[in-house]
Design a protein around this ligand. Structure first.
Ligand SMILES: *[C@@H]1O[C@H](CO)[C@@H](O)[C@H](O)[C@H]1NC(C)=O
Ligand SMILES: *[C@@H]1O[C@H](CO)[C@@H](O)[C@H](O)[C@H]1NC(C)=O
Length: 175
């Protein structure tokens, strides 16, 4: 991907010239929040994989947990000071990994759609996905705002991977 190789060159260029800042508390709180989101997404994905029909309460509860973890990430990013170039680069890999996790969870919720619809939970699932989208968009805005100006469009493109994946789920459950 052109995008990733640009990031890689940027990361290499920055690591060659920059000195790490001694205080990394804000970066750590955002990294920890992203790790918590990934855990929640993977729990949801496991529930989707295990779903064979009937009661969808677990799917809904696990989606709510993803939304809560995402909102906690937004709060952490909001509370953070401005991130350095190096901080921003360190977020690339966790966000790419989270994008993969989200894409997997979306693929799996789409895969079980006929069973979810048969259980009468299409509208609920659509509503859950819309909440995930709203939260993920807020997180993307919050993180992008803390990233150095030159990296903001890159951060926004990176975050778009997550909201584009959720959008696929919304489209699937909209009809
Ligand atoms: C984050 O900040 C934005 C912009 O100030 C605000 O609208 C939003 O409610 C905040 N979210 C959280 C979870 O703190
Ligand atoms: C996703 O969330 C953003 C921000 O709230 C919104 O602009 C967009 O319309 C949402 N997409 C869907 C399909 O709900």
């Amino acid at each position: 991907m052109k995008f990733s190789s640009t990031l890689l060159s940027l990361a290499l260029a920055l690591s060659a010239t920059a000195t790490p800042t001694p205080v990394r508390r804000d970066l750590a709180s955002i990294q920890s929040a992203i790790a918590n989101i990934a855990t929640a997404v993977n729990t949801l994905d496991a529930a989707e994989k295990a779903y064979t029909g009937g009661d969808t309460t677990t799917l809904q509860t696990d989606s709510d947990a993803v939304v809560s973890a995402t909102d906690a990430g937004t709060a952490a990013a909001n509370a953070s000071g401005a991130l350095s170039d190096l901080d921003a680069i360190e977020l690339v890999s966790p966000i790419q990994s989270l994008t993969t996790d989200v894409q997997n969870a979306i693929n799996d919720i789409i895969a079980i759609k006929s069973a979810v619809v048969a259980a009468g939970s299409q509208a609920q699932t659509l509503s859950d996905l819309i909440q995930q989208n709203t939260s993920a968009t807020a997180l993307a805005v919050a993180i992008t705002a803390k990233v150095p100006t030159v990296l903001q469009s890159t951060a926004a493109s990176l975050a778009a991977g997550i909201t584009n994946a959720i959008q696929e789920g919304i489209t699937a459950y909209s009809s």
